[in-house]
Design a protein around this ligand. Structure first.
Ligand code: ZN
Length: 501
């Protein structure tokens, strides 16, 4: 047993090294790599990913895992190792069932399909992407059928990104939310709208970067084990113990965009920076559970960052870095960061209508995997659903079905994790107030680090040791519900928009 465990640890160490180097190359590609260096970096990523794939599907690795899965052996492993053996063995078995030729064809198609999507989005022409999407859909269905022949394919996909979550659970949560948001959004649309013209202007990018660093330090991002660079789309990447990096994107006319992206990615990073170091090289230290991860980034971005009290202690400092803010009344700023209005693009949406953007994608994915819709019908279905859920209709494919990259590489089942994250946040907020007292008072008193410490202790330190359902159950002692999130929205926007309750 000791020998087998030592062999497993050796494998895990190697896999981690491959992971770190591909992540570093990916980071470089997205931030610094010069035009002519792109191909060689992409080739290196392909090389190291293939090596990692070979290792994790090798017969020896499978034998080691199978041996440690035997109950007498399994019981002797510590919790992190048990989770590791269980997850890697499941993945190993799944990959064994996928024919190699099929897998190669699928991965190659993903790369081409992503390129086709980019072109189609630029040209604003769905027909350029349709044949690829059609193939991606049918191959993804087949891929999941190979992996788990006895399970519902869409449930398998959901479970890939958010362990333990299935359609029945999501149907219930999303329906609850959809019904609850309808009356609130109607009232908001009929209320007096804020005048936000005081924010118009040009904001120096260097100054925006200083404001970003201030915000990151303020929420608890550790610059000793993290760094920030610029990329087209903001993201977070973990490059090994002690190194969690984020990126940001800056718009000259819209300083709020980079500020809130920094808080969002900062939330992801704070999670990764605070995982118990003793989990190194185990599955517990990996970023799985996308909903749980998104719950942390969205907690910082929305529940904390869009609370006016978050800004009370630092609004003056913000004005020193970005002088225009000296002339923006605090009340106007608060209305601007909580401006609710249906819009076409998910990534630009406010925290309330954002929920409906995700519900739209979830309902479409459900229809796709129930074989209820053909690829040609998808843009029309998208537009109909936008009208039904948000009351607006895209004029073009680029502001409709072509806006997100996720489907182009077969990442079906990923979208729901964004909204699950917010649903968890509603529950976490309720629990924090029970344990620590009023969030408004904590924030207004400049004690935000108390919140970060609470999240570190209750969630971050465990990494992916438990799945999201288990984490929420342990902390809140109640089953998943969208009611706390709805309560938060209703209370907050009734006050801000002076709605009749
Ligand atoms: Zn995120």
């Amino acid at each position: 047993m000791e020998e087998t465990l030592a062999k497993l640890k050796d494998y895990l160490k190697k896999l981690k090294q491959y992971h770190n180097i591909t992540a570093l190359l990916g980071w470089d590609l997205a931030t610094m790599a010069p035009e002519k260096g792109i191909d060689s970096k992409a080739e290196a990523i392909g090389y190291f990913s293939t090596e990692a794939f070979r290792l994790s599907t090798s017969e020896e690795f499978g034998r080691i895992l199978a041996e440690l899965m035997i109950p007498e052996q399994f019981q002797q492993l510590n919790e992190a190792m048990q989770v590791t053996v269980k997850r890697y063995f499941r993945d190993y078995q799944r990959f064994q069932r996928v024919p190699e030729a099929f897998y190669t064809e699928y991965v190659t198609l993903q790369a081409h399909s992503q390129k086709a999507w980019e072109g189609a989005k630029k040209a604003d022409d769905f027909s350029l992407f349709a044949p690829y999407l059609d193939k991606i859909i049918s191959m993804t269905k087949q891929y999941v059928r190979y992996m788990e022949p006895d399970q519902d394919p869409y449930d398998v996909l959901l479970d890939l990104y958010e362990d333990g979550i299935d359609r029945a659970t999501i149907d219930h949560l999303f329906d609850e939310l959809k019904e609850g948001l309808r009356p609130l959004l109607t009232k908001i649309s009929q209320a007096k709208q804020p005048d936000l013209s005081a924010l118009e202007g040009m904001y120096d990018i260097r100054a925006q970067k200083k404001a970003q660093d201030l915000l990151l330090s303020y929420i608890g991002f550790d610059f000793q084990q993290g760094a920030v660079a610029e990329s087209e789309h903001p993201f977070t990447t973990e490059l090994g113990t002690g190194d969690v990096r984020i990126t940001n994107h800056y718009r000259e006319h819209d300083p709020l965009s980079a500020m809130f992206s920094a808080i969002h990615e900062g939330g992801h990073a704070i999670f990764a920076q605070n995982i118990d170091p003793s989990y190194e090289n185990t599955a517990a230290a990996e970023v799985n559970m996308m909903g749980l991860h998104e719950s942390q980034s969205r907690f910082y971005e929305n529940i904390l960052g869009r609370n006016e009290n978050f800004w009370v202690p630092i609004y003056g400092k913000l004005g020193e870095l970005l002088p225009q803010f000296k002339d923006i009344p605090f009340g106007t700023f608060v209305r601007a960061i909580n401006y609710v209005q249906p819009s076409m693009i998910r990534t630009d949406a406010d925290e309330v209508t954002y929920c409906l953007h995700i519900i739209l994608r979830y309902e479409m994915e459900r229809a796709i995997f129930n074989d209820e819709v053909t690829t040609e019908e998808l843009p029309g279905l998208w537009n109909d659903k936008m009208e039904e859920l948000l009351g607006i209709r895209p004029a073009t494919d680029a502001e409709g079905i072509l806006q997100d990259t996720h489907w182009s590489d077969g990442s079906f089942g990923y979208f729901p994790s964004y909204l699950l994250g917010s649903i968890y946040d509603g529950m976490l907020l309720e629990q924090i107030e029970k344990e620590l007292g009023s969030l408004n008072e904590i924030l207004a008193g400049g004690r935000i680090k108390e919140i970060t410490a609470w999240l570190n202790k209750k969630i971050h330190q465990y990494g992916s040791l438990y799945n999201s359902g288990q984490v929420i159950e342990r902390i809140c002692s109640s089953p998943l519900s969208a009611k706390p999130l709805l309560h938060y929205f209703n209370e907050k926007y009734t006050r801000l928009y002076q709605l009749e309750s």
